[in-house]
Design a protein around this ligand. Structure first.
Ligand code: ATP
Length: 250
């Protein structure tokens, strides 16, 4: 679904990503952690085609990212999703509905189906009762949930989230984890950046630690810490590796 091979990226002369290889398979949930400035958001921008790496290969759904056109299949929640100016004029419902523009095109009218999808998405994040409230009148955590609904409004096959837990309180954190587990059961592939390793572990089949390079990787079906080379293997390869390992150990 998402494939990065030996990706290098620098901002000017400041190297940020150094030879990243990562394959995210269909239905998989991969969590990315790492210190501030490690290059996590930059990696997501590259996957979303917003930044071009100096070298390496990026493919989305098997298509090189520069030729990929089906962006409506990808839901994205940015790290700065909650920076609405006090005078921002849109309501919660309008913000979520605007997510459907990726499917419809910017200058087409939204139909009944679009509105239903926006309502369903708001319901999934427990924000439907706020539909007519100006987005700027919500708290940071509530705005974050609305932006998640906006990403869900296109019924994405791949969901990319940069620190979705930002500003979300404990009760809603549990709700958010439940929502993402439901999406995982629906087969949505997810790439989640978070500074909360425990929250990530409850969701992700693979947790990757990034700091310019992929330093380590933890898998549910392959406990312990893996080197980055093993981390880029497919789930099936890992399971056979695991079996071979237990055969050797008797
Ligand atoms: N537009 C830019 N121009 C120059 N350098 C940048 C730019 N954006 C980010 N950087 C630098 O690139 C590095 C990686 O930034 P990035 O935002 O990808 O890190 P991150 O892992 O997401 O950090 P955080 O956990 O703090 O969100 C940082 O050192 C940052 O200062």
């Amino acid at each position: 679904m998402i494939e990065l091979n030996n990706v290098h990226f620098t901002y000017g002369c400041h190297p940020v990503l150094d030879g990243i290889s990562l394959h995210v398979h269909e239905g998989e949930v991969v969590g990315i952690t790492g210190p501030n400035g490690a290059g996590k958001s930059t990696l997501l921008y590259i996957i979303l085609g917003l930044l071009k790496p100096q070298s390496g290969e990026v493919k989305i759904l098997g298509v090189p990212v520069n030729r990929f056109r089906e962006w409506h299949r990808i839901g994205y929640v940015s790290q700065r999703a909650t920076l609405f100016n006090r005078s921002y004029p849109a309501t919660v419902f309008e913000v979520v509905l605007s997510g459907r523009a990726a499917l419809r095109g910017m200058f087409r009218f939204f139909g009944r189906g679009d509105k239903r999808c926006a309502e369903e998405a708001l319901e999934r994040v427990n924000m439907l009762s706020w539909r007519n409230t100006p987005i700027s009148a919500l708290s940071g955590g509530q705005q974050q949930r609305v932006m998640i609904a906006r990403a869900l409004a296109v019924k994405p096959r791949i969901l990319v989230m940069d620190e979705p837990t930002n500003g979300v309180d404990a009760a809603n954190l549990a709700d958010l984890a439940r929502l993402l587990k439901d999406l995982r059961s629906d087969g949505v592939t997810m790439l989640l950046v978070s500074h909360e390793p425990e929250w990530l572990s409850s969701l992700a089949s693979r947790r990757v630690c990034l700091d310019r390079k992929i330093c380590s990787c933890h898998c549910h079906d392959y406990p312990g810490e893996l080197l980055w080379r093993e981390c880029t293997q497919s789930r099936e390869e890992k399971i056979s590796l695991d079996c071979a390992d237990s055969l050797v150990r008797g």
